[in-house]
Design a binder for this molecule. Structure first.
Ligand SMILES: Nc1ncnc2c1ncn2[C@@H]1O[C@H](COS(=O)(=O)NC(=O)[C@@H](N)CS)[C@@H](O)[C@H]1O
Length: 436
């Protein structure tokens, strides 16, 4: 994209309402604009990040054998009355009435809906196990939305659901998702720590939250410092080998890590003193096993191998896709702005034209822009070099291709790596080879 023709409204000043760095930087880098409390519009560069995150989630869900579906955001109240959660869910649920005065709601999650779809679709044990997910907008009427997209009211979530014949199968699904989640977060360039967690309104008795460690995290966390160094998502494990799933799960859960709600002083005391860490975490995902809570409540049964009916065992698995855009900035920024991990950056490179109007410089910029295609943001504005440098650092793309008249005359550019600050004078082909 050409910056002179794009809607990426960067700001020099920090908006007063933004209290944490990711909220400030997302506004200043022109990624989002608030429309009402906890509800945001995603501008072109912000939407590219959101799609990059969602696509990594998609690829890793596919690898784990989960099928993508898409369910509606608007749900009927009676569906939630079947499970008893319509009243239990409380004021976070946005309740609405349609023109025929039917009670509807904007879905905060979809356990009931997918259980009803499965109830209407499968009758035999041969149709299980199934693992399905969607990436869809949710609404939770948070009493105090804050910190930008970290705690919004309308937010983008991957929510997955597993259906198994028995407890053993449900445990395998849970462990499959543990591996998929750790691989997913690793690919996004962040370290997320799996922590034992409470289950809250979703239910069940087994749950882990995945936390990115960041000083602005809302959750207090206690963890073994080994999590700062061990390999968190390596590819050595095979989803089709139960022993691999068990080995990975044991490795991830044998080290101590718990949110403050689940912190256990006795277990904590067994962690060698020099390895005990306390900190703050941002919850970017949570997985739950809750057995037959929904299949019982909604009378979803299949005919088992012996002809008797059984209630499938379920779990659900969420990732905060829109929250991750902010959480990753909390974990990866400096005083100049965002430092995007390569895999999710809105663009791979900013092209900075330092002498707009100079024919040789313009021509070289166009050549580089053509070569990099949609992965580049070409700053072709009539603006001073200093402004272009500041905006490129603020927007945080991994590479900056800096084109000035002296270098252009020699067919050279200056290449800057945003994360390390390293600079090099290179000919075009060498520079393009590094950026691609
Ligand atoms: N208000 C919010 N704003 C942004 N992200 C949120 C918000 N509430 C939850 N999330 C994200 O959504 C993830 C999943 O939400 S959850 O409540 O833990 N789990 C569920 O809803 C399950 N039904 C998953 S299928 C959380 O880990 C968090 O990263």
């Amino acid at each position: 994209m050409r910056l002179s023709r794009s809607l990426i409204p960067t700001l020099k000043e920090t908006p007063a309402e933004a209290q944490i760095v990711s909220h400030r930087l997302m506004l200043r880098a022109g990624l989002i604009r608030q429309q009402s409390a906890g509800i945001y519009a995603w501008l072109p560069a912000g939407l590219r990040v959101l799609h990059n995150i969602a696509n990594i989630v998609r690829e890793e869900q596919a690898r784990a054998g989960s099928q993508e579906i898409l369910m509606p955001t608007i749900q009927s109240a009676e569906l939630w009355r079947e499970s008893g959660r319509y009243d239990a869910y409380g004021p976070e649920m946005l309740r609405i009435r349609d023109r025929h005065d039917r009670e509807m709601l904007y879905g905060p999650t979809n356990e009931e809906m997918l259980t009803a779809i499965m109830r209407d679709s499968v009758q035999s044990y041969r149709d299980l196990p199934q693992m399905l997910y969607q990436i869809q907008w949710k609404f939770r009427d948070e009493v105090r939305p804050r910190f930008g997209v970290l705690r919004g009211r309308e937010f983008y979530m991957k929510d997955g659901y597993s259906f198994d014949l028995d407890y053993e199968g449900a445990v395998e699904s849970y462990r499959r998702m543990m591996l998929a989640y750790m691989r997913t977060f690793k690919r996004m360039g962040v370290r997320a720590v799996p922590m034992r967690a409470d289950t809250g309104p979703i239910g069940g008795n087994l749950s882990h939250e995945f936390h990115i460690l960041a000083p602005t995290g809302e959750s207090g966390v206690f963890y073994d410092s080994s999590f700062e160094t061990i390999e968190l998502g390596d590819d050595a494990y095979d989803y089709e080998a139960r022993a691999d799933l068990d080995a990975f799960f044991d490795r991830m859960t044998s080290l101590y890590a718990a949110t403050d709600e689940k912190h256990d002083e006795a277990a904590w005391a067994k962690v060698p003193e020099d390895r005990r860490r306390e900190g703050r975490g941002i919850e970017v995902g949570q997985i739950f096993y809750f057995g037959t809570k929904y299949s019982q409540a909604m009378n979803f049964t299949v005919v088992g191998p012996d002809g008797a009916r059984l209630h499938p065992e379920m779990g659900s698995y969420g990732i905060g896709v829109s929250r991750l855009t902010g959480a990753i900035i909390e974990a990866s920024h400096d005083e100049a702005g965002i430092i995007w991990p390569d895999a999710i950056a809105p663009f791979r490179a900013s092209i900075l034209n330092l002498r707009q109007g100079d024919q040789v410089t313009d021509a070289l910029c166009e050549r580089i822009y053509d070569a990099l295609g949609r992965d580049a943001l070409y700053d072709d504005r009539e603006a001073r070099a200093g402004e272009k440098f500041a905006d490129a650092d603020l927007m945080g793309h991994p590479w900056q291709v800096i084109v000035g008249p002296r270098g252009a005359a020699k067919g050279q550019v200056e290449l800057k790596h945003r994360r390390t600050g390293e600079r090099a004078e290179l000919d075009i082909e060498s520079a393009l080879a590094k950026v691609r």
